[in-house]
Ligand binder design. Structure first.
Ligand SMILES: Nc1ncnc2c1ncn2[C@@H]1O[C@H](COP(=O)(O)OP(=O)(O)OP(=O)(O)O)[C@@H](O)[C@H]1O
Length: 531
């Protein structure tokens, strides 16, 4: 019987105010009118904000020790060795529910630790860190991959691989393998054969290619994770995702047994229902029937389409948010009952998007004509003394030109775009992480899920198309409870979009100006009737 959690309004939106408005200094000086400021609005000067650097106290929103989350002992030991003592709020909420075997849609704001929220339950049940009592079960399903994690970009897939390797430790690194596009497929297939990894992490195209080539055996797969699920369910990945969803294990069709308790995945069920004397024969028999998998969809934004996909591809999935767990089907039904399609989508969308921004971000925008945008960007970086800046643009072909202009102004920059090979991309990312590059100019997809804790400023040099994209971009800073700043640079005719973003995201985006190296704010009240 699927466990139904009572539906409560997510406490997330009340627990952490999305906008921590910066305190303005007592003494406010009205700047002389020489600035081209429209009469209705005035600029109040503020002292330069000291923007928190990454070593500010990282607050995990809700401290609960991993020891209380029923992880396997070997895994808990590894977490201790890695210095990971306390779980983040989404991990506290997700780990017990996923350990029980529920299919789920996992939503929490960017940088809140969703990767470990799904990796730890998986590593607790399969591979070298699971409870030893489950060891025999592995023989039943031996020979195939037991968990597949799909991510929309190579960088995010490699980031997940590194996170899994970190927890597994050096002696078990081979238990996880990447299958990402742009790398040598032959070598990947040879590694699959040689190392027999239990966990595969990759991009949709490469995973389905290797599966079609008959080199990836996923009949015994017990876990399927779609990280950045809203991206993966877009039409761009439709064919590859369909193949993956149809070939990786099988969709769960649990039959509720007499006691009403939830039956186990086939592998575990066989082990529990077989007389000890018969275990040897069972272990020899290669499990040809597909194992019933646990399906987990993950994203900071959870629009209705993702909830419907979770329902279609899972069995009575639960919607897990940082501080509340609900039943996906009830959530969809409630949205349907409460409102017509239009409101339902926008309401669910707002809900799905509103919880997606880290709580400690500050949001601003600045007006500049297109031809002066890079100059405005340079002034922002200098005025805020930002050390690690991610700059978003909408078209890859423009990234290189921006890098060139920044370099010409003495700001070290690099860009991640489609024409770069795997090695070049990895080199640029590591140069940015190690601060050899101060600015990384990037397109939307390249940044999804990217975890660069040091990033202290995100700049939209070209505006995102909607609140979802704004949230995923802004979420590159303010990781894991740190503070961060988002500035958008636009023309006056685009200024109206910030009202929409403010409503969708539940934040305040204040207009600012850089003058004579100082970061200045427009008084919010006056500018609202401006233009
Ligand atoms: N319990 C924890 N204690 C300390 N650090 C943690 C913990 N959980 C995760 N982290 C670290 O926090 C950072 C962000 O984690 P992660 O990338 O999983 O966030 P996310 O919610 O998936 O973000 P996004 O939505 O952008 O993908 C990573 O560097 C990760 O190693």
């Amino acid at each position: 019987m699927a466990i139904h959690f009572p539906i409560q309004r997510s406490l997330m939106s009340m627990a952490c105010p999305h906008m921590v408005l910066p305190r303005l200094p007592k003494k406010m000086q009205i700047l002389p009118r020489k600035l081209l400021v429209p009469p209705q609005s005035r600029v109040v000067s503020t002292q330069l904000w000291r923007f928190s650097v990454m070593n500010s106290n990282v607050s995990l929103l809700e401290k609960q020790a991993f020891s209380s989350l029923n992880l396997s002992n070997p895994l808990y030991q590894r977490l201790q060795e890695e210095g990971l003592k306390d779980a983040t709020d989404v991990q506290v909420s997700a780990i017990p529910t996923l350990l029980k075997g529920h299919d789920a849609a996992l939503q929490s704001y960017t940088g809140s630790g969703k990767t470990l929220a799904y990796l730890l339950p998986i590593l607790s049940k399969i591979g070298p860190l699971k409870e030893h009592s489950l060891a025999l079960e592995e023989n039943i399903t031996k020979g195939g991959v037991e968990a597949v994690v799909v991510a929309p970009s190579r960088e995010l897939a490699m980031q997940i691989v590194r996170e899994a390797e970190r927890i597994l430790g050096p002696q078990h690194r081979k238990a996880v393998q990447q299958l990402i596009g742009g790398a040598n497929q032959k070598r990947q297939e040879e590694a699959l054969k040689k190392n027999k990894p239990l966990i595969v992490v990759g991009t949709p195209g490469r995973i389905s290619e290797v599966s079609r080539a008959g080199k990836l055996h996923t009949h015994a797969c017990r876990f399927l994770v779609l990280d950045e699920a809203d991206q993966l369910l877009s039409s761009k990945y439709r064919d590859d995702m369909r193949r993956i969803l149809e070939h990786v294990g099988q969709r769960r069709t649990y039959v509720e047994d007499a006691q009403g308790s939830q039956s186990l995945p086939l592998g575990q069920e066989l082990v529990l229902n077989t007389h000890p004397d018969q275990m040897e024969n069972l272990a020899k028999k290669k499990l040809s029937t597909k194992v019933q998998r646990q399906t987990i969809l993950v994203s900071a934004t959870m629009p209705p389409a993702v909830l419907s996909a979770a329902s279609e591809w899972g069995h009575k999935p639960l919607l897990i948010r940082a501080t509340v767990t609900e039943d996906v089907d009830t959530e969809i039904k409630q949205a349907r009952e409460n409102a017509d399609l239009e409101v339902q989508n926008s309401a669910a969308n707002i809900r799905g998007v509103r919880d997606s921004l880290p709580p400690n971000l500050q949001h601003f925008y600045m007006l500049a004509p297109v031809q002066h945008r890079v100059d405005a960007l340079r002034k922002c970086i200098r005025a805020l003394d930002a050390r690690s800046v991610i700059v978003f643009m909408n078209f890859s072909r423009r990234l290189k030109d921006t890098v060139f202009k920044l370099d010409a102004r003495g700001i070290t920059a690099g860009s991640l775009h489609g024409e770069l090979g795997k090695l070049e991309r990895a080199n640029i990312l590591s140069a940015f992480r190690s601060k050899k590059l101060r600015v990384l100019v990037i397109s939307e997809l390249g940044a999804r899920g990217l975890d660069i804790p040091e990033c202290d400023l995100v700049v939209n040099l070209e505006l995102p198309t909607d609140g979802t994209h704004y949230a995923h971009r802004g979420g590159r800073t303010g990781r894991l409870g740190r503070k961060g700043t988002v500035i958008s640079i636009c023309e006056q005719r685009e200024e109206f979009v910030f009202k929409k973003f403010e409503q969708q995201l539940g934040i305040s985006i204040q207009r600012c100006e850089i003058s004579e190296g100082k970061f200045l704010l427009y008084d919010k009240v006056l500018t609202s009737n401006y233009g």
